[in-house]
Design a binder for this molecule. Sequence first.
Ligand code: PMP
Length: 427
Amino acid sequence: MNLPPPGDKSIFQRRESEARGYCRRFDVVFGSASGALLRDVRGREYIDFLAGCAALNYGHNDPDMSTALIEHIQGSGITMGLDLHTEAKQAFMTQFERHILAPRGLPHRMQFTGPTGTNAVEAALKLARKVTGRHNVVAFTNGYHGVTLGSLAATGSRYHRMGAPLAGVTRLPYDGYLGAGFDTADLLERMLDDPSSGLDAPAAILLETVQGEGGLTAATPAWVERVASLARRHGALLIVDDVQAGCGRTGRFFSFEGMDLQPDLIVLSKSLSGYGLPLAMLLVHPERDQWRPAEHNGTFRGNTHAFVTARVAVEKFWSGPVFQMEVARRAQIVTQHLERMARRVHGSRLKGRGMMQGLDVVSGELAGQICDRCFEQGLILETSGAHDQVLKILAPLTIGLDTLERGLAILDQAIAASMVLGLRQAA
Ligand code: PMP
């Protein structure tokens, strides 16, 4: 092979589309990874607080998942199976039913959609419209659900909406959007109750319980429960988009656990495979499972290699309570550090919950500077929020305590350095 020298990025500049994103901020060539660490081809190590944007909740290359996958491949296990019955799918579904659905009293069926989060959201929207015979969907300010046309209609971000012809969604204020004194569920209730409010009866209410891209705003359980009961009362399906907040990110498998509700449809993707392999699943309440055979079709529905690693993830992390206790411990460490960091930045606020926390530093420019400084010091993290003003910590849930502390120290120093620089510039 006659390839460019390691670290040469010219092919990306020459031939990769302008659509590229993350690689612009983290502009090195990565070569290997394990656990919470990434290495570039020059051998420099980075602590990964991005974790594949929550697609690597169990870190990079979990050894048990690697072994199972290698054994599957070397044993000539099925790779491409359309949606045929396969041994790998059978094993995953059995363990998912045993360790996730049954203990939580969820009677839902598993629908394997195309492997992206957005395709599973599309399936949810289509099914809700089919089941109810209605078209409108209620979605919330700062929500993010993907960038294909149906999901994009429900996504708030103006940058992503790009003036595409999007329809069929009514956007209402998310919890806290109008300040602490205003319960936005009151507005939703009033508009649903009033036949002349202009809100067409919705097929579904679609929400994230913690808004991943929208700035780590966490809804209160009381608000989500109220929205769920309004959905039921008005004949709309409740869709919880757990693409980013699910699979343990908030500390429990589903982000709505501990809340008094049962979604009609639950969307999962990102960390479902456990290994970073593409896999998405829509959980459908049996009463809502009104699809005709292959109606939401697709060639890559279910990824057999992903089923192998997803089965290991469920068995390894979710067959007992220990993992959840470990995640809670890490989340507490993150909170404690963030509280200290918040004192450095005037007007800053803690956001999120579980291992999906961050710091709103008010200014997108400041947040960007802090991220860049972190990267220089060997820490990868991104921003989120309407103005990219929230520093977002998405460390793997399995991160070692030492590595977590080291990453948080880099972040703290980057914030401190940016504040000093800011003061100097102001002087
Ligand atoms: N829903 C949520 C809550 C997400 O965070 C994302 C991705 N960031 C999506 C849907 C879309 O998933 P994908 O990028 O895999 O299409």
